[in-house]
Write a protein that binds this ligand. Sequence first.
Ligand SMILES: [Zn+2]
Length: 365
Amino acid sequence: MLNESYCNLQLDGAHKHNTHQSWSYDGSGKFTDFHVSCCEVNRTIAFSSFGGHFTKHVMTMLLQSRAVFTLGIRMCSTHVTKGLLKDTVRPNSDLSEFREVFSKAKHIVIITGAGVSAESGVPTFRGVHEKWRKWMSQDLATPEAFSRTPSRVWEFYHYRRGLTLNKKPNAAHLAIAECEARLKKQGREVVVITQCTDDLHRRAGSKHILQIHGNLMETRCMSCGDVTVHARNPICAALKGKGAPGPDVPDANIPVDKLPRCEETDCHGLLRPNTVFFGETLDSHILTKVEKEMEVCDLCLVVGTSSIVYPAAMFGPRIASRGVPVAEFNTNPTPKSEYFTYHFQGQCGTTLPPALAPHESEVTH
Ligand SMILES: [Zn+2]
C-alpha cells in the first residue's frame, strides 16, 4: 500500500484553508481512495491549482459534517500517475463480452452526463461559444447572482427551460428507459444517476432517476423550501417573451414580486430553480442514495460524461474499485477510461441501443 498526501488546494478560488488530501494505492497499482478534508463545514471546494488539471471543477461530498471527499484517483493529475501507477490494462471494446456481463447483471447503475443531453441538442452553457447574452452559466447560476439580480437569473432559466421543453429524448435516453422497464419484469433493476438537469430521462420513460444537479423543471421556495414541478411555459406571466439570448438584449428588470412565487397557502415566497448552483453543495439526501447504489450495483455504465466534473467523475472509478465491471460510452476516451473494463467510443445514441437491447438469454414475457 502506497500512501501520499498533498496540499495545494484553494477554497472558493480565493483564500487558502488548512486542508489535507491523501490517497492510497493497493499493490496492483489500482487506486483505493482519494480524500480531501478541511476545517470548513458546508463549503464547496473548487480545485483551481491541482496539477493544473482542475479549473473550478466543483466537488462536494459532505460526510459526517466535514468536507470529506472520496474520489477516484483517476481524477488525479500527472503528479500522481507518473511513475506511481503501474501499467494498466487498456479497456476492451468487445461488445459481445459486455453483453454476457450485462445479461447476468441484476442491479445496473447508469451514470449519465452532458453528452447524452448534447445529442438531443441541449446546450450546457459551459463553453465560451455557449454564452447567454454576455454570460456563461458560471456567472448566472450562483447564489450571489440570484440574490443580486433574480430577474436576470430567472430570464436565463426561463430561456433554458424553453429550450429543454423543445428538445426530445434521443435514442440513448430511450434505450435506457426501455431497458429499465424490460428488466423490471425480470426482477432486475436499472437506476439512472445523472448530472443532467433537463427532464429528458423522465420524458423518455425512466422511472428510477437520481438527478444530482437538480431539475430545471422544478422550483424551490426560498421561504418555505417547497419543491414543485412547474412544466408550464412561461412559468409566470412576467417572463412571457423574455429571456432572449442575444448579446445586446437588455435586462427585463422584472420586479421581484412578479417573478415566480410560491403557491403554498400564505407563503408567496420567491421561487428559484431547483438546480444546484455553482458554489452550492449537492443534496445530501440524493448523495446518500447515490452512495447506496454504488455499493449494491453489479454493473455500471458511464455514459456521455467527460468524467472531469466532481463528484460524479468519481462514481465510476469508485464502483470499479469494488471489482464491479464498468463500461464507458463516450465520443472520446476520458481521463478515467483506462480504469474501466469496457470503453465503447461513439455517439451514445448509436452505441447504447445495441448494448442494452434484449439479450438472447432474457426470458420474454
Ligand atoms: Zn413557499
